[in-house]
Design a binder for this molecule. Structure first.
Ligand code: CP
Ligand code: NVA
Length: 309
């Protein structure tokens, strides 16, 4: 390392040229899957979970091993964090022994507290506010299917106030994309994040649009993305299902998108809710499985970039 330790707590922690470097590296590493081993030794990467996970757990465990390292998966409920030990004290203890800390938790403030006391890179593996590793994988998927990201339109429909919506805003704007969010009035994105995304987009040639009309947001788009209507830790399933019903990503809506539009969903998917089964399980939904695989390649590149710069 040649400077201050870098963390990836939110999508805009990578400047546009840095995000492009990580995505370029991910493409190279995907082609030469076992040829990059910055953690050879092995060095350990701690991967902590305060919430459920399938893809994130698998992709970080597999990815760290493929980088030559040892993934230490910790369910925090069984650690002293689960009994109230300070996040900062946990960071101090981990920093003396591991090469990086990856964490899935609730509040973004907790992630920032971890980074504030860590001397090794901290990576956000999902908070209530952001899911930046997922959006790196999504951008890699769009690049693979559609080529350069600059000038492409990405439309996200559904819960505009959740982590995926916020990460699409920041990550998409960083990539120079035109990001459209369509959500009910009561579930619109955080205004400060929209402002920040617009500021980034002004420098990258992208744009940010927040709407309530699903069809208007989907018209001509290159990427149709959605996510669960009930994120981890949230209540009110029925009330949410009623509010989000007009935002279901289905074959009818896909008709108004660009002819080569792809569908993205970070998974887990709830068929018949945020996405129709025929769309997800049909040809247009097939990119979702590339997207899930790309968690591995994008995160390997991110870790490599963070620890070798
Ligand atoms: N997309 C995603 O983060 O999946 P998991 O919750 O299974 O990790
Ligand atoms: N918005 C979802 C994403 C799951 C990967 C959640 O936070 O539960």
């Amino acid at each position: 390392m040649n400077g201050a330790v870098r963390h990836f707590l939110r999508d805009d922690d990578l400047a546009p040229h840095e995000q492009a470097e990580v995505l370029d590296l991910a493409e190279v590493m995907k082609k030469d899957r076992f040829g990059h081993r910055p953690f050879e030794g092995p060095m350990t990467v701690a991967v902590l979970f305060d919430k459920h996970s399938t893809r994130t757990r698998i992709s970080f465990a597999v990815g760290v091993a493929e980088l030559g390292g040892h993934p230490l998966i910790i369910e925090t409920g069984g650690s002293q964090m689960g009994r109230g030990e300070l996040v900062e004290d946990t960071a101090r203890v981990l920093s003396r022994q591991v090469a990086a800390i990856v964490w899935r938790t609730f509040g973004q403030d907790r992630m920032e507290a971890m980074a504030s006391a860590s001397t090794v890179p901290v990576v956000n593996a999902l908070t209530d506010l952001f899911h930046p590793c997922q959006v790196l994988a999504d951008l890699l998927t769009v690049r693979e299917h559609q080529g350069p990201l600059t000038g492409r339109t990405l439309t996200y429909l559904g819960d505009g106030a959740n982590n995926m919506a916020h990460s699409y805003l920041l990550g998409g704007a960083t990539a120079g994309m035109h990001v459209r969010i369509a959500a009910p009035v009561a579930y619109q994105p955080d205004e400060l994040i929209v402002e920040r995304a617009a500021e980034i987009a002004a420098g990258t040639g992208g744009s940010v649009t927040v709407l309530t009309d699903a069809a208007a947001a989907a018209a001509g788009t290159h990427v149709l993305a959605t996510d669960t209507w009930v994120s981890m830790g949230q209540d009110g399933k029925e009330e949410r299902a009623a509010a989000f019903a007009p935002y279901q990503v289905n074959s009818e809506l896909a008709e108004v998108a660009a002819p080569d539009a792809i569908v993205l969903h970070c998974l887990p998917a709830y068929r018949g809710m945020e996405i129709s089964a025929d769309l997800l399980d049909g040809p247009r939904g097939s990119a979702v499985w590339d997207q899930a695989e790309n968690r591995l390649h994008a995160q390997k590149a991110l870790l490599h970039w963070l620890v070798t710069r």
